[in-house]
Design a protein around this ligand. Structure first.
Ligand code: ADP
Ligand code: MG
Length: 666
């Protein structure tokens, strides 16, 4: 009895702090979000010992007057929403009204802010949540929040902090995310008294990516954009030929908020479909814009996860539109246009404009007018005063501190955060890489079987291929000759086209085979005398496990004896090929990745291998009619710029490029 009591505010705030500020990086995130919400165009972040000793965020946003400053540090005090109804259409990064109170509860906290330079600035100091009387001081319009000795009054939590270097890495990660989400804002980062990065307001997302990650990543990225209904996206994604070996470079930004979303990530992968090699991952920095009423951000105290009202719809739209945009980007790459991304965006506005332009109906049947929606976070903040440019910008006692923190740092950035240097080397790099890949990438099995190139019937292409939506090799390619018995040289308008014969045929067969498979009209060949082969016990089990999939793909296999198999039927396009070698290759792959048993992957694996085995190889002399038949079929495909493994099928050297190289023009 009498054991329940209402906890005092100080304890409540500490408990809340546990959710909101897990580590210094979380403090950085909350403070920078506040600065962005306040419309800042310049944000300076200062850390000591990875943020364990000090975190300070200075901005040139709208600042606060005395009354607001007092309220800001109280729990559940916010200017961003006024009612529960507004929770359903949040256009700011913050809305919970607990970050400042939480941070103040577990640190030596100071807030200096000024909304009107004539009225002057105000300084509020709190220690472990307890406030000293406010003092006045000179300060330019804007705000600086300082969080000293995080968790000084909760030693158990302080012990959980990692080393300064590790904490700094977390903070850098958060800053990179926010900087990519807001390319137009100037960020400066200082650590232990040294300038670490300066990313001036960028005119495009590409420029920001160059600033934050350097040219190496930037080079393999292509611009994509698309919109449908209330969803729009714009950003940079890996060209299939430049996919990475890790998932490290994947950034999603929804309405100006960096988010994690397994569903949307999956949609991006889906957009690549058969364009990615196994174990390769696209890099992407994608800005999505969705009407705020379609998004619930009130899911997680750190606001990094969101729930979508129509996740399935968003998935479909993103996957489809991105797929098209990607094929278009691939076409530009093949045509030797810039693969780099710094140009072409013009003034960075994010994808909002496209939503506003879109007249497509609202998917949820909501009567909302899509034209009314422009996310606030992407709108221009209305010319705040600069905090970086020259001493004049910062008056009073605080001026010197800020200046000292951000002296002349341009260019003084660490190796990991290199500044923009030369723009991506575009076409030429692509040309060489493509040529190299085509040579190295042959998936030959050494089989010396006779070359059976049957000119393939044209009737098997999917409806729509070659139609309006075709983002493929343009028509009117005229074959000139064969080079190194590996490439077809051709001409299109004034340009020289080089086609990798194996990759091209592989793509053709893959599409045909897949179309036949999907339509249930696979052409197979039945053997009068079924070939047989023996497998190891392990492979035997593996093959047995997926017999129904093999059957659907045209392989009727039957086991006999202990680990013997016979082939009763096989896809017609494999006529004359070594079936055992093909099956062994698929099994090798399945042994590596197929344990999860995802049937889609098993099917794709078989499709790819069959296409590879059936395709003509480098080293085959082709007659002119054969080359013409190959090119004609390639031209009809909707996807023909990459082989099923993601390597380029063809490259083009434009007339201008030739003229430049021969110095006919400069
Ligand atoms: P929230 O951001 O969820 O509203 P916070 O505790 O982070 O909650 O901030 C409380 C309020 O303080 C904000 O709603 C905003 O009005 C004000 N505020 C905080 N930081 C700044 C800043 N850098 N510039 C101007 N106002 C700020
Ligand atoms: Mg906030």
């Amino acid at each position: 009895m009498g054991q329940i009591r209402v906890l005092p505010d100080s304890v409540v705030n500490q408990i809340a702090a546990g959710e909101v500020v897990e580590r210094p990086a979380a403090v950085v995130k909350e403070l920078v979000e506040n600065a962005l919400d306040a419309g800042a165009s310049q944000i300076a972040v200062t850390l000591k010992e990875g943020g364990r000793e000090l975190i300070s965020v200075l901005d040139n946003g709208r600042g606060m007057d005395e009354a607001d400053a007092g309220l800001a540090v109280q729990r559940h005090a916010t200017s961003k929403i006024a009612s529960a109804a507004e929770l359903t259409r949040i256009a700011t990064l913050g809305f919970r009204g607990e970050a400042l109170a939480s941070i103040a509860a577990v640190s030596r906290f100071e807030l200096v802010t000024c909304a009107d330079e004539l009225a002057g600035g105000l300084c509020l100091a709190l220690e472990g949540g307890r406030a000293a009387p406010p003092t006045r001081q000179g300060f330019p319009r804007g705000t600086r929040v300082t969080c000293g000795e995080l968790f000084f009054n909760t030693p158990a939590r302080r012990k959980f902090l990692r080393s300064a270097a590790t904490e700094f890495q977390y903070a850098q990660g958060v800053l990179a995310q926010l900087a990519l989400a807001h390319p137009q804002v100037h960020f400066r980062i200082q650590h232990n008294g040294r300038p670490v990065a300066s990313w001036p307001g960028a005119a495009s997302l590409g420029e920001r990516v160059l600033q934050v990650f350097g040219p190496e990543l930037h080079e393999g990225l292509a611009e994509v954009r698309g919109a449908e209904g209330l969803l729009a996206f714009e950003g940079l994604v890996s060209l299939p030929s430049h996919a990475r070996s890790s998932r490290r470079w994947q950034y999603l930004v929804l309405n100006g908020r960096p988010i994690r979303s397994a569903g949307l990530n999956h949609a991006v992968y889906h957009a690549y479909r058969t364009l990615l090699m196994k174990d390769r991952h696209p890099a992407f920095i994608l800005h999505l814009s969705l009407h705020p009423e379609e998004v619930d951000v009130n899911v997680h105290p750190a606001k990094s996860e969101v729930r979508l009202r129509n996740p399935q719809w968003a998935h479909t739209v993103l996957a489809d539109k991105l797929h098209k945009s990607l094929l278009e980007a691939g076409r530009r790459q093949a045509l030797g246009e810039r693969a780099g991304a710094a140009d072409g965006y013009g003034e960075w506005t994010g994808p909002a404009r496209q939503v506003a332009d879109s007249s497509a109906p609202n998917p949820s049947g909501d009567p909302l007018s899509s034209t009314a929606f422009i996310p606030r976070v992407l709108a221009s903040p209305g010319a705040p005063a600069p905090i970086f440019e020259g001493p004049a910008a910062i008056s009073g006692t605080e001026g010197t501190a800020c200046e000292a923190a951000f002296g002349p740092v341009a260019g003084a950035v660490s190796g990991a955060m290199r500044p923009a240097s030369a723009a991506a080397g575009g076409a030429r790099a692509g040309w060489l890489a493509a040529a190299g890949a085509a040579q190295a990438g042959e998936c030959g099995d050494g089989e010396a079987a006779a070359f059976h190139f049957q000119p393939l019937a044209r009737g098997v292409l999917p409806p729509g291929a070659g139609g309006q939506e075709t983002l493929a090799l343009p028509h009117n390619v005229h074959v000139l000759s064969q080079l190194h018995t590996a490439y077809i040289l051709a001409q299109r308008d004034g340009a020289l086209v080089v086609i990798d014969q194996h990759a091209a045929h592989e793509r053709i067969l893959f599409e045909q085979y897949r179309t036949q498979f999907l339509a249930g009209s696979l052409k197979t060949e039945r053997f009068l005398v079924p070939p047989t082969f023996e497998l190891s016990a392990q492979n035997g089990v593996l093959l047995e496990q997926y017999l129904p999939q093999w059957k659907k793909l045209g392989f009727e296999l039957e086991s006999f004896g202990r680990n013997g198999f016979l082939v009763r039927e096989a896809p017609a396009l494999l006529a004359g090929r070594d079936l055992k070698a093909l099956i062994l290759e698929v099994l090798d792959e399945l042994a590596l990745f197929g344990k999860s048993g995802r049937l889609e992957e098993v099917v794709n694996e078989i499709l790819e291998r069959v296409a590879c085995h059936a395709a003509i190889r480098a080293g085959m002399t082709l007659s002119r009619p054969e080359m013409e038949a190959l090119v004609a079929q390639l031209e009809q495909l909707e996807i023909n710029l990459y082989c099923p493994h993601g390597r380029p099928v063809w490259i083009e050297v434009g007339e201008r490029e030739l003229e430049k190289r021969f110095k006919r023009i400069v």
